[in-house]
Design a protein. Structure first.
Length: 66
């Protein structure tokens, strides 16, 4: 389990006031983390750098658009 207690979370500029809010932490050694800013106590998805790169590329390409 990765300790995210010292993570510095940054909210996405694409987050909306309607509740579509994600935050990203990149300051944890060896990993990146993504969480729902409305429910930070529910945990985060933790990625190794290559996994995070692939995840962010998929998000940017619209792969997860509704």
């Amino acid at each position: 389990m990765t300790d995210l207690s010292s993570a510095l979370w940054r909210k996405s500029t694409h987050s909306t006031e309607q509740g579509t809010c994600v935050e990203l932490a990149l300051n944890v050694p060896g990993v990146g983390a993504v969480r729902d800013s409305k429910a930070p106590d529910q945990g985060a998805l933790v990625f190794r750098p290559a996994q995070l790169h692939g995840f962010l590329a998929a998000v940017k390409s619209g792969r997860f658009d509704r």
